[in-house]
Design a protein around this ligand. Sequence first.
Ligand code: GDP
Ligand code: ZN
Length: 317
Amino acid sequence: MKGLVIRSSKNNFTVRLIDNGLPRELECSLKGKILKDVVGFYNPLACGDIVEVDEEKALILSLEHRRNRFVRYNQKGQMPQLLAANVDLVLCLCSIDSPPFRPRFLDRLLLQADVSEIPSAIICNKYDLAEKKLLADPDIEERLSDYQRIGIPVFRISVKTGMGMKELRDFTEGKFSVLTGHSGVGKSSLINALVPDLEIKTAKVNEKYNRGNHTTTQSILYDIPGMREGTRIIDTPGIRRFVPMGILPEEVIFHMKEFAALAGQCSYGLSCSHITERGCKIMEAVDAGAIHEDRYESYLRIREELSGREYAGKITD
Ligand code: GDP
Ligand code: ZN
């Protein structure tokens, strides 16, 4: 019988079966079973996966072909980690303050979404703190506007006051999204707002380190009530560091929107390092403000990081 993975940790999975039109949940394992497509992954299955199960034994037998998958490099395990499968949208959640706004982190998420050919959007939460925060740090608003300029949808919201929630709902209606972001930015709060009656525990941001505690250890798929059928969201564990993968250093340029249009146009063509060469279109664009300095810095850092890593290369199916 076929089912949808709606809860996944490293080794345990909840599968939703559709039976006589009625959904039923089953805790399943993969005991002794090796799924051939997922060898070498930190976790074999993700929320959003469609699987074949043996109901009696509560055993997952096989995995259906995935339309896409959102992954990151798990540094601790030194292998790729699946965050979601078969999604329409990657929602990159950040906050204006507590924890601080970190565009470099966003750049990594956006890059990975592009590599996976999944559209993405930025949600900046805690806008109720904006008045005080933006006075002290106007760069945040400037960065958000720049993301919009290069074509990435940006939502400025406050889960606390409800600001921007209507626009966000309209945008996500009918879509299957995956929600990612640092711990403490308000993932649980947002899910609670979208799926009332859930009451997921939210944590006070650890004041000392100004970063969140890890409240979620597994990924969970939620159907969003009151919206068109198929409006779903996957809540992923809060992450400290997002390390992209499945991409070679020289390919990064093709996956950052405002860089891609200039790829190959430097005097030295595709062999340009975009650091010292004369006639480098990327550096000219940075000087002219067509590429934000911060995005250029992100680009260089990500490229550098990917150069030294075995798993940077293409994931083979
Ligand atoms: P998660 O780690 O990303 O799941 O973050 P939580 O949802 O647990 O939220 C972390 C902290 O931020 C909690 O203390 C929330 O009450 C707080 N928080 C969430 N959304 C907002 C918001 O819009 N404004 C403010 N001021 N605080 C918020
Ligand atoms: Zn160049």
